[in-house]
Design a protein around this ligand. Structure first.
Ligand SMILES: Cc1ncc(COP(=O)(O)O)c(C=O)c1O
Length: 396
């Protein structure tokens, strides 16, 4: 009998009851705008920022409308100007070069290795062309952060970390987002906490924090923040920093606070599922799993593997066969951007020189979501299906 998987790859878990109760309380009092507070009230958004700063060990935190908004705000706050070059990953998703383009800057792409992380030799070679790196921890893979920071520090490059896929991850015990000058996170439905849309930005730099708060649309009400610098810092920047509204609201903050408290538990559940799928795939002919370094604490909310040096038609055939059995796989080698999958040369607003070594890797990357609604048995079944279909196509 042919096994079929009938689950959904896009179905996240429901919002926890505690978060629903908190949301209802906000709806009942009606003060959804973050600065609309009753006497003595601190507000869900300010509390969320205070808690996330404590959770990541950051001095400052700002909650905003989306992860992409956090990225663009970070670029502006570190002083990126129209026309500037900004280094970034060739293997990432559209919101990353999009954030760079949104401030009028130019993405300069850095290659990807077979570990699916940024190519540090390529980064070192390109270090002279820009003074900012927007580092995307794409699909949760952390590069050797110690070496990356050495390269960037030596070249005077400011690092902004895109942690859309690494909330809850760490390198050598340091939470992802805490090695660069700024860490940016997404709270969009497919990420590690879910408020539909939303973003968080953390930093230890008081001027970056103050500029970000002003830009997000603080209407000079920055004293209502609990994880922002003191008023003397705002005095220095407030006349020179434009308002580019993109605030978080109290309803979404209320939904997020209980989810952040449960993050470590959720990470463990993701990793159980990831490891079941990885174990089931390991040893499949023609397929390489991505080995994770011991010093990386990852969050297995998605899994990738490589069909390296396969011809495109065979990859497509394997994907078709898996899809026919209910297993949805995404391919980064597709010539046209599809859904959430796109490549550096599909962003035609950004010039890019060909990168043959990266093209070879991208042409082999297969990507799959691992929602927590999957049971461990679902994970075993999915791995069996991929193993059988990939193996069959490879052997043909
Ligand atoms: C790698 C990466 N960076 C940034 C973002 C931006 O997040 P948001 O959708 O919250 O703007 C995403 C969202 O999909 C992403 O995948």
């Amino acid at each position: 009998m042919t096994e079929i998987f009938s689950g959904s790859f896009t179905q996240q878990e429901p919002i926890p009851d505690e978060a629903i109760e908190a949301a209802l309380a906000v709806l009942r009092h009606g003060r959804l705008h973050r600065y609309n507070l009753a006497k003595g009230e601190l507000g869900e958004t300010a509390l969320l920022e205070q808690e996330f700063a404590a959770q990541t060990g950051a001095r400052y935190c700002l909650a905003v409308a989306s992860g992409g908004y956090a990225l663009a705000t970070a670029l502006r706050a570190v002083g990126v100007k129209p026309g500037d070059a900004v280094l970034t990953n060739a293997f990432t998703l559209a919101p990353v070069p999009g954030a760079i383009a949104s401030v009028g800057a130019r993405p300069v792409f850095v290659g990807v290795t077979e570990s699916l992380t940024i190519d540090l030799d390529d980064l070192a070679a390109k270090a002279g062309v820009a003074r900012v790196l927007m580092l995307s921890h794409m699909r949760g893979h952390l590069c050797d952060m110690d070496r990356l920071m050495q390269i960037c520090d030596a070249a005077g490059i400011t690092v902004i970390e895109d942690c859309a896929h690494t909330m809850g991850a760490a390198w050598n015990g340091v939470p992802s987002g805490r090695q660069g000058a700024v860490g940016c996170y997404s709270c969009q439905t497919y990420k590690h906490v879910n408020s539909g849309e939303g973003g968080l930005l953390v930093t230890d730099d008081e001027e970056i924090a103050a500029r970000a708060v002003m830009m997000s649309g603080s209407y000079m009400l920055y004293e209502r923040h609990l994880a922002a610098p003191g008023p003397e810092v705002f005095e220095r920047i407030k006349y020179h920093t434009p308002n580019i509204s993109g605030r978080m609201d109290n309803l979404r903050a209320a939904i997020l606070r209980p989810q952040l408290r449960a993050l470590a538990t959720q990470v463990a559940r993701w990793n159980e599922r990831y490891q079941r799928i990885e174990a089931g795939l390991r040893g499949t002919p023609g397929l390489s799993v991505i080995e994770r370094p011991d010093v990386e604490t990852y969050v297995g909310s998605s899994i990738q593997f490589l069909l390296l040096d396969w011809v495109a038609e065979k990859v497509q055939e394997a994907l078709r066969r898996c899809a026919a059995r209910g297993v949805e796989l995404k391919w980064f080698g597709t010539p046209e951007p599809v859904g959430f999958t796109s490549r550096y040369d599909s962003w035609r607003y950004a010039d890019s020189a060909p990168m043959p070594a990266s093209d070879r890797v991208l042409a082999g990357i297969i990507d799959m979501r691992v929602p927590l609604t999957f049971s461990l048995e679902d994970c075993d079944l999915i791995a069996r299906i991929i193993r059988a279909e990939v193996g069959a196509v490879y052997q043909s």
